[in-house]
Design a protein around this ligand. Structure first.
Ligand SMILES: [Mn+2]
Length: 304
């Protein structure tokens, strides 16, 4: 059984993880056909086994449920309706009881997805980890888009000190946006620190900072434009000198295993712009590695 067959076959009543496809890209600043990505993502999974050797685990033991895709937003006037479809789908997925994994779509899906999870467990101390070359703290003067994600969440009430941003690129952001993030108390881990210290050490630091700020539950945004442009050519805003795919995959494994992580997304991949399936295979590796980490948690179906 390959990973696509695994995703298609298992529809458990009580999933460990529910997958939500979010083919929306009307909110993207740069031209993007990220709506093409969820179906392409499932196709790419056929390239992969369900055996994950780092944990010696067969993902077929993990109870995964594919809830399908929300309607794409190509015919919509703007990103508003698509975002509400993502919110509804994520709320329904969260109600199934396991983790929620969203495959976008542009980065704007992070807002309704995280807010749906927060609403499902309002008593938790929610925090956000982004793996992103960008702060996504642009002002909301022209309405929400894929560059306002973190600012929107913070302005809606998420404390800045409960946000950690990993993989920020030295040439990826305007000074204004970097300063705004700093003023909010956002914990920033630039891509050079990832290169120097590795995923394990960076996550340890981030966890200390977030726990100190009262975080008990986490949402993770894997904006694949944090990856080096050679390894993520289908991301409109990826840059040379970005994060190594190997580091990103290790982050995915560690975060999937982290008890506090309740939801995650992959965003900013435009499958129609990919080269040699490079970015789609990275997206598949991130997802499968996250699932492998998740399967090793106490309490997952594979450990019952
Ligand atoms: Mn982003």
């Amino acid at each position: 059984m390959n990973a696509r067959e695994w995703l298609a076959s298992a529809q458990p009543e009580f999933p460990d993880i529910s997958l939500v496809g979010a083919p929306v890209s009307r909110a993207s600043i740069s031209p993007s056909q990220a709506w093409t990505t969820p179906p392409a993502f499932r196709e790419t999974l056929a390239r992969f086994p369900t055996w994950e050797a780092a944990h010696e685990i067969d993902l077929a033991e993990l109870a995964i449920r594919d809830t399908g895709d929300v309607a794409d937003d190509r015919g919509d006037a703007d990103g508003v309706a698509g975002r509400e479809r993502v919110r509804t789908a994520c709320a329904e997925a969260a109600a199934l009881g396991g983790g929620v994994f969203v495959v976008g779509g542009d980065n704007s899906v992070t807002v309704p997805a995280m807010q749906a999870l927060m609403a499902s467990r309002p008593g938790d101390g929610w925090g956000l980890v982004t793996l992103d070359a960008h702060h996504d703290c642009r002002p909301l003067d022209d309405g929400p888009n894929n560059g306002t994600v973190v600012r929107e969440l913070i302005e809606a009430g998420l404390p800045g000190k409960r946000v950690a941003q990993i993989g920020i690129h030295p040439l990826g952001n305007d000074l204004d946006n970097a300063q705004w993030a700093r003023e909010q108390g956002v914990h920033v881990y630039p891509v050079r620190e990832v290169r120097l210290h590795g995923a394990h050490a960076i996550l340890h630091e981030a966890q200390l900072a977030l726990t100190g700020a009262g975080v008990t539950s986490l949402y993770v945004d894997f904006d694949l434009d944090c990856a080096d442009r050679s390894e993520a050519p289908a991301c409109p805003a990826s840059l040379p000198g970005g994060m190594a795919a190997a580091d990103l995959i290790q982050f995915a494994r560690l975060l999937g295993n982290h008890f506090g992580v309740a939801g995650a997304d992959i965003t900013e991949v435009d499958a129609s712009a990919d080269l040699a399936d490079t970015t789609m295979r990275l997206a598949a590796c991130v997802f499968l590695s996250f699932c492998a980490g998740y399967a090793c948690r106490q309490g997952s179906q594979s450990r019952r």
